[in-house]
Ligand binder design. Structure first.
Ligand code: SF4
Length: 638
């Protein structure tokens, strides 16, 4: 039996029924696993544009990757796919951790969740046997406490869990899911779980994963492990964790502050590597013993401000997010991250919401009458920590407003505040868009609305990326020039294809060329084709995988078109077309005409209409997506 023939669990929360269902062979061959399968099931079960993401009619999918449960280095990602609570279109959020591995080892490829339970419940999957259990006693607990309570009552101390916090229960639109202390943060997946009265999923699995050709698989795994372990930039992550990245972003002119009004944080040292390293307690390894070893647990000792705070999954994210708000104290950063993760709030969206609120407060658009008594100022740590608690609990009208996300909040408030809402398609922007055009263009075209994990190209700032190397590895010397628009649509399409396949295989992008660009010379799409063949026995080549990637990306585009998204929605707010007033990136701005050219080229490469971005009928046919063609036709888009 091939491991990819595991069934999926189909859980209807309204009726309480749980069925094991085989995955249709055509579907498995077309979408592989992970994000790909999640996309297909989402497309088949919702009506984008009509289905409210927080209604029982929305569906939610947890998918392991094709390599999950094996020892392949970096095969740790767990994909959650559903309608995006912020945009109404396509939503996806993946995380590292052991959940995907445990799920697969329990004999399930994924979980399909539909309906809404009449009472709070959690799902327990024990070596493939699944049951819904009462979750009433878990209500009001943090993500951490829910996990502890579930493990204790199941007497399963090593069970892997996905839990939501109070934010998910209270339908905060950017609520996250805590997957073994790694986080599926974006797109409001925690709110989707909350809307279904599903407080957690716990899994125990100890089966072995069989692959078609173990010798070939082991040989590729070992080669990739050696490559990862000898790459200098990945070894820096192993040595320092990701705590250095905030200062690196600042050096590249990418660290924006004050709601994108400025770049460069002159007090970045207070939250940088030297500040955080003294709180590093230990390495937190990933299940496949990935040599990148990027994850650290940090703890503040008792006796210091916020003593007892302990957080992992640090990466650069929390410091980067708090820098936007001008916080220069690492202990406040760690506490904010702990609160966000415990209450179940995505720190990216929260940071953008608070940036909007503070700018509006400073401009007199919002006053203390609106904020339930809070004064909003840059760098005010205690106020920011209090805001996390209030938003998670929707405590007071202002917290309730912010819990809706910056697009809805600014629309509801009015008073001209909309121009300070840094959002696209309803989702909070969290990246400087005026500097690195390859990164920017991938963010603007992301099928989730905005974000930097599906298509943003990160190679241009690599110091060892000469134009010659760029041409050899990425097909264009422009890959080495971050500030130029040239060639960036091609680069983004290439990155999107890699992202789609990595998400099908469940491979962490920190353990790939996405974090260490030069790796692509020896660890690339050809490697992935060999891996898929070794695991499944299917004879697939690079071209086959590119076709699968295009199918996935085009299906996501179809969901967004059906949800009403247009080309105009792909342009960011006006602020990004104004020159940055200061710092290393001073004077840089986006250019509409240049972006328009890139959008056209990007659509052409995907086989979509260059002007509207709508997938062309011949493309849908060549990708064997008749269902998408039918849906677009029915909606009057073709
Ligand atoms: S790169 Fe980091 S997060 Fe990803 S698998 Fe390796 S150690 Fe885990």
């Amino acid at each position: 039996m091939l491991s990819r023939q595991n069934p999926v669990l189909n859980v209807n929360l309204t009726s309480g029924s749980i069925k094991r269902e085989a995955i249709d062979e055509r579907v498995a061959n077309h979408f592989l696993s992970g994000r790909g399968l999640g996309d297909w099931f989402l497309f088949r079960t919702v009506n984008p544009g009509e289905t409210d993401p927080l209604s029982p009619e929305n569906t939610l999918f947890f998918f392991s990757g094709l390599l999950s449960g094996t020892h392949f280095p970096g095969a740790v990602r767990n994909s959650l796919v559903s309608l995006n609570v912020l945009t109404g279109g396509y939503g996806e959020s993946s995380s590292a951790g052991s959940f995907a591995s445990a799920l697969r080892k329990s004999g399930c490829e994924g979980i399909l969740v539909s309906g809404r339970s009449p009472d709070p419940v959690y799902l327990w999957i024990d070596e493939g046997r699944a049951e819904l259990r009462s979750g009433a006693h878990l209500c009001g607990k943090t993500t951490f406490k829910k996990r502890a309570a579930i493990r204790e009552e199941l007497d399963a101390p090593s069970a892997s869990t996905c839990t939501i916090g109070q934010a998910g229960e209270n339908l905060v639109r950017y609520a996250l899911v805590n997957c073994d202390d790694r986080y599926s943060g974006r797109c409001g997946m925690g709110a989707v779980m909350g809307s279904k009265n599903l407080l957690a999923v716990a899994v125990r699995g100890s089966g072995s994963i069989r692959v078609h050709d173990p010798d070939v698989f082991d040989s590729i795994s070992s080669d990739v492990r050696s490559l990862l372990a000898s790459d200098p930039s990945l070894m820096n992550k192993a040595r320092y964790g990701l705590g250095r990245d905030t200062e690196a972003y600042n050096d590249m002119g990418l660290l924006f502050i004050k709601n994108f009004q400025e770049v460069d944080f002159d007090r970045v040292a207070g939250i940088g590597y030297n500040a955080v390293k003294k709180y590093y307690e230990r390495l937190v390894p990933c299940p496949t013993d990935c040599p990148v070893r990027c994850n650290r647990l940090a703890r503040i000792p008792e006796g210091e401000p916020y003593g007892g705070t302990a957080v992992s999954s640090l990466e650069a994210t929390p410091a980067y997010e708090m820098a936007h708000l001008c916080v220069d104290d690492i202990r406040t950063v760690l506490k904010a991250f702990e609160l966000c993760n415990g209450y179940g709030i995505d720190i990216h969206s929260w940071s953008t919401c608070m940036s909007w609120a503070i700018e509006c407060f400073e401009r007199g658009i919002i006053t203390r009458k609106d904020t339930d008594g809070l004064s909003l100022h840059w760098g005010d740590g205690p106020m920011l920590l209090e805001s996390i608690r209030r938003i998670a609990k929707r405590e007071g009208a202002f917290a309730g407003l912010l819990a809706e996300g910056v697009a809805r909040a600014s629309k509801k408030l009015g008073r001209g505040s909309e121009q300070y809402a840094m959002q696209m398609k309803g989702m909070e922007i969290d990246d400087e868009l005026r500097v690195d055009k390859g990164m920017t263009f991938g963010i603007l075209t992301e099928s989730r609305g905005t974000g930097h994990t599906l298509g943003a190209f990160f190679g241009s700032f690599d110091k060892s990326m000469s134009p010659e190397k760029a041409k050899k590895l990425f097909g264009t010397e422009h890959a080495a020039f971050p500030h130029s628009y040239d060639g960036k649509a091609d680069l983004v399409v290439l990155t999107e294809r890699y992202g789609a396949i990595q998400d099908c295989l469940g491979i962490c992008w920190f353990a790939s060329h996405r974090a260490a660009p030069l790796l692509i010379d020896r660890y690339n799409m050809q490697t992935y084709a060999l891996l898929v063949s070794a695991v499944t026995g299917l004879k697939l080549n690079e071209e086959d995988l590119i076709r699968i990637a295009e199918r996935i990306i085009t299906l996501e585009k179809t969901v967004n078109i059906l949800a009403g998204q247009t080309r105009e929605d792909e342009f960011p707010p006006d602020r990004f077309f104004q020159p940055i007033p200061n710092g290393r990136s001073g004077g840089m701005a986006l250019d509409r005409d240049e972006l328009d050219k890139l959008f056209r080229r990007h659509s052409e490469l995907h086989g979509w209409d260059p002007t509207t971005g709508i997938p062309l009928p011949e493309t849908l046919r060549s990708l064997d997506l008749p269902e998408a063609e039918e849906a677009l036709e029915k909606a009057g888009c073709l």
